[in-house]
Design a protein around this ligand. Structure first.
Ligand SMILES: [Zn+2]
Length: 271
């Protein structure tokens, strides 16, 4: 028989297993809301904070600090502002980095509030608007679920999970601060306009997922965590997580069925 905590962890894992996405942006309580409603409600997103995960045995434990010794395998990227910047479990953004050109993406979102996670870097936001317009024309209306996430917010979320589950466990489902692509302002989780299956496994195979797989590269976006490349990206398949890299690179990555890791490795050896 699972205890309460075990059940709660299972729920989170189901929602965004090993994800760079959803689980990071939701507390356990919000995940429960998601499961019970099946939809990301405006309220659950608006209130998405780094609040202590609810009703857990460790909820009142003392604050933790995340020790750099546990991230010795990580390099800090030298050009965090580069459009093709590689951010993953081995390459993190500098502690103080905030993108200089964040704007509110002028597209439909699954929530109404004008909050941080509507933001993207300017170039990505412009491309996103064009892509959403094209999807509308094809009668596959899309909605943004979560775009930019500040380093401070990622850190607070991660530390709340560490307090609850310990760092080793937290790392299996939540991105270490500085390693979430959402901190670049170049990534966004996308769903259909009804918000169903937002940032969850059931988005795979939907007409929206198929449309994105076919068309995103034309607007400079890649499906960042493709199926079958888990050992390279470090993430399970996330058909909803798009990363802007610009049309040229997106075209090449899509055509050759690469990951950003593989593309960057090829660039390094050919230069
Ligand atoms: Zn994501």
């Amino acid at each position: 028989m699972k205890n309460k905590k075990g059940i709660r962890i299972a729920i989170i894992s189901t929602i965004c297993l090993l994800s760079a996405c959803g689980s990071n942006s939701m507390t356990a309580q919000q995940s429960d809301t998601l499961v019970s409603s099946g939809v990301h409600t405006a309220a659950s997103y608006a209130s998405a904070t780094a609040a202590e995960p609810a009703n857990t045995a460790h909820a009142s434990a003392s604050p933790v600090s995340v020790h750099p010794t546990s991230s010795t395998a990580m390099k800090t990227v030298s050009h965090p502002e580069a459009i093709d910047v590689l951010v993953n479990k081995q390459n993190k953004l500098p502690e103080k980095y905030t993108p200089a050109d964040l704007v509110y993406a002028d597209v439909r979102f699954t929530f109404k509030e004008k909050i941080e996670k509507r933001k993207m870097r300017k170039e990505a936001a412009v491309a996103l608007k064009q892509m959403f317009a094209a999807a509308d024309q094809d009668h596959v209306p899309l909605a943004g679920v979560s775009a930019y996430r500040s380093h401070a917010r990622q850190k607070a979320i991660f530390e709340a999970y560490v307090r609850r589950d310990g760092e080793a466990k937290a790392r299996t489902y939540s991105a270490y601060p500085g390693t979430s692509e959402h901190e670049t302002g170049l990534a966004i989780d996308v769903s259909g306009s009804n918000g169903r299956c937002a940032a969850t496994g059931c988005f795979a195979g939907t007409k929206e997922a198929k449309w994105l797989a076919q068309n995103a590269a034309s607007y400079g976006f890649i499906i960042r965590y493709p199926k079958g490349k888990e050992s390279i990206t470090g993430y399970t398949y996330e058909p909803w997580h798009l990363r802007y890299v610009g049309k040229t690179i997106a075209g090449e990555i899509s055509r050759k069925q690469l990951t950003l890791e593989e593309y960057k490795a090829q660039q390094a050896t050919s230069s």
